[in-house]
Design a protein. Sequence first.
Length: 119
Amino acid sequence: MKFKTDENLPEEIAYLLREASYDAMSVREQQFGGEDDSIIAKVCLSENRILVTLDDDFSDIRTYPPKNYPGFIVLRVHKQDKFTIINAFKKILPLIQKEFVEHLLWIVEPHRIRVRGEE
């Protein structure tokens, strides 16, 4: 699987994915910072990359139907400091390695993960 980490995430998220043997690029590395969500979604589609983000706009399945994109992982954390975000992602990384993510929307909350797009 290939991933793209959004500009609202620490660079360490891309590093953790690479460390787990995934192909991961960040929006910042590719100099797409500040681009509109629709541009980021199109880039992910063209590169076949699952987007990892804090941006709730990507959880709108009417605007971004998961079946039409490589996939989305939206992290919903109460505190958006670096420590909290990295720890939340570390908790789901083992699941990413075992569960199906492609063409799905994962909404990751502190005590649950909701998966959309299976319909």
